[in-house]
Design a binder for this molecule. Sequence first.
Ligand SMILES: Nc1ncnc2c1ncn2[C@@H]1O[C@H](COP(=O)(O)OP(=O)(O)OP(=O)(O)O)[C@@H](O)[C@H]1O
Length: 317
Amino acid sequence: MQENAIEIRGLSKTYAGRGGSGPVAALKGLDLDIPKGSIFGLLGPNGAGKSTTINILAGLVNKSAGSVRIWGFDQDVNPRQSRAAIGVVPQELNIDPFFTPRALLDVQAGLYGVRRRDRRTDEVLAAVGLADKADAYARSLSGGMQRRLLIAKALVHSPQVLVLDEPTAGVDISLRRMLWAYVRELQERGTTVILTTHYLEEAEEMCDRIGIISKGELVACDDTQTLLRRLDGKTMVLTPKEALPDLPAPPEGITLEPAGDGRLKLHYASRTTDAEAVLDYVRGAGIRIADVATEDPRLEDVFVALTDGDASDTAPA
Ligand SMILES: Nc1ncnc2c1ncn2[C@@H]1O[C@H](COP(=O)(O)OP(=O)(O)OP(=O)(O)O)[C@@H](O)[C@H]1O
């Protein structure tokens, strides 16, 4: 049996330049497998190519080169089947204000050729908590409700793969919780979920597997736990009271970096090394502390680290 919900090979996209600027290579030969049944996080800094990838999956953007298989169907060979296998929730709230949720879902079901007797409008609306709004004008729905309606819209044709593009950007905590609970429920019922997010914590909490793209290329792709172990580097920045003495070699798990301005940076992995162990080493070295601060890796730092060579063991060839 086919193991992957999505198989992307050599995917490239070059946009014609906007406003007189030159062409933009948004994707440069992306290879990506997304296993069936997973909640997969597609991460990357602004402009990395996430939306381009998703829009190609959704059939909204034409690729320049490469191949895409969705649920085993090649987009070019079986466009109808591959399109039927995927539902995409866009970033923007683009709902016609004069439709009711029920009408909107009916139109969508029609577009996908779902027969009347097979329609699940009420079930889908109930699942996203909009049963009591089925006949209200969409313009009367709050932003959070509109987002849920977009998810319902992407689900009317019962796709095997659901893609959520930045689903929680600008969404309050309670709605975020609700969305995630629902995404988990979908996964339990067998749907493969792909989401893009800027929030590492969100990816950590939700995703079984994470792919990171940077400048149109995949720079890492791994199980979340494996990836996070590589990303949990912390830095303690220490300002000593006096000039630094000659330092003994640090214990395993701690590396030193003189900051050049008299301060000392100590890098360690918070999952394996306790901050207390770092401080013990500092005190043991006879350093008296005037000030101490810690730095967590930010997503941007992670990308820098991953593109600067140490990702070569997980980056695809
Ligand atoms: N229609 C377009 N025409 C020209 N260039 C585009 C177009 N759409 C995207 N780009 C460019 O392609 C690159 C990738 O953009 P894309 O939107 O896929 O990135 P992203 O990872 O989704 O970013 P973000 O996190 O900001 O949404 C960027 O340099 C962007 O400016």
